[in-house]
Write a protein of this length. Structure first.
Length: 409
């Protein structure tokens, strides 16, 4: 885990960085006020004063030149650290015209500041000159003349920093949704689902959480957090006498798959937890972003180490049908969109029957997602589906709640 602090508490008069320092991070003011200043011919010039929700030191994101100003806390101030990676990857993916515009603004700002420094003094010691933030806001506009920097951009940076902080301080939660063995009518395993109860906003939706992690490259850290937690959970379930010995399925995104050594790290975690390798399963979510070569390589490594592999959300619009015969998935998970319509739409039933038949031919098992009624479960049993998951089977619960129910039996 990254040891870089995620939040800084700076007392009144504290210096965050000084003119000439080598840059490392940008910062977001959470509370308090910061003063940005420089020296012009020996006189101290105030460039700007920044309050809650404003960024400073952001030039560290764009280049590695020395700091061009000093940042001092006017009052006790709390700041979030903005890792350059949080922005640089987005910048690399942005439109080349926008990227060129930002780089031009950066050069203009540095030239403007140097001009102020070399000019004859015309201001008092506390005079203000334009800050980079103001130059940026004045220069980048929409066609209607409004500034293009929308507040939600800063909100997203704040949320990313808070997510980084939650990771560093065990502030995330992993819930476990049961998966039913339909024929045996017993829970065979669980799917690990990440949750975040934000201290101010309350529960953050899983879609927003995962999307934020994917976009900011925090998905690798979030994924490893889930793997660590899931391995520990398997061990506790086994020690509590869960029968049969359950498995836990963990989702892996295309972004995680691109990170070298993923499967090797998973195997090392399973072995360190001293649980059977088959007690952990990996689920790849069906996505156009999945690299077929990486998927095949990951499946081969998983099978070499006795770890099962599932394709999640099968049938959601990008089925690798041209590659399916090359992907030796152990399990296909039918998306809940088909399962919800199973009883009322003949075409949905035909699709589910076809998927089950295909899975049988490929030697794979089937999990039906989104099962919410006894009638749907009975239909799946008739169709020969292996496993069911959904609110009828059980909602995602904390591990302690599952352990308590096991002890109560």
């Amino acid at each position: 885990m990254n040891s870089t602090p995620t939040r800084i508490h700076l007392p009144k008069g504290g210096v965050l960085f000084a003119d000439g320092d080598q840059p490392s991070s940008a910062y977001l003011v959470e509370s308090g006020e910061m003063e940005i200043s420089t020296r012009v011919r020996g006189q101290r010039m105030v460039l700007s004063r920044l309050g809650a929700g404003e960024l400073l030191g952001e030039m560290a994101v764009f280049d590695t030149g020395p700091r061009s100003a000093t940042a001092t806390a006017c009052v006790d101030t709390v700041l979030y650290v903005i890792d350059p990676e949080q922005v640089s990857e987005r910048l690399a993916k942005t439109d080349p015209v926008i990227r060129a515009l930002i780089e031009s603004l950066l050069r203009r700002y540095r030239g403007m500041l140097e001009t102020y420094r070399l000019a004859e003094p015309r201001w008092g010691a506390q005079a203000e000159v334009p800050s980079f933030e103001r130059v940026h806001a004045d220069a980048i506009v929409h066609a209607d003349g409004e500034p293009s920097m929308h507040p939600t951009g800063v909100d997203k940076l704040r949320l990313e920093s808070q997510l980084r902080e939650a990771l560093a301080h065990d502030g995330l939660d992993v819930r476990y949704q049961p998966i039913l063995d339909i024929a045996r009518q017993r829970v065979a395993g669980y799917e690990a689902l990440i949750r975040w109860n934000h201290p101010v906003r309350g529960p953050v939706s899983p879609l927003e959480l995962v999307g934020l992690a994917e976009e900011s490259a925090l998905i690798v850290q979030v994924g490893e957090y889930v793997f660590d937690t899931a391995c520990a959970a398997v061990r506790r379930l086994v020690e509590a006498g869960a029968q049969p010995s359950p498995f836990i399925a963990v989702n892996v995104s295309a972004r995680q798959l691109e990170h070298p050594g993923l499967i090797e790290r998973v195997v090392a975690r399973v072995d360190a937890a001293a649980v059977p390798r088959g007690s952990l399963k990996i689920e790849f979510t069906e996505s156009q972003a999945l690299d077929p070569a990486l998927v095949r390589q990951a499946i081969e490594l998983c099978h070499q180490h006795g770890i099962g592999v599932a394709l999640d959300d099968f049938g959601t619009g990008y089925s690798h049908l041209t590659q399916m015969h090359r992907f030796e998935f152990d399990t296909l998970k039918i998306d809940q969109g088909f399962i919800g319509a199973l009883l009322h739409e003949p075409r949905a039933r035909a699709v589910v029957e076809a998927i089950i038949a295909m899975a049988r031919a490929l030697g794979a098992q089937i999990v039906a997602e989104g099962v919410e009624s006894d009638e749907t479960l009975a239909m799946l049993r008739t169709l020969g589906c292996d496993f069911a998951q959904g609110y009828l089977i059980g909602e995602a619960q904390p591990l302690d709640a599952i352990l308590a129910s096991l002890r109560a039996r």
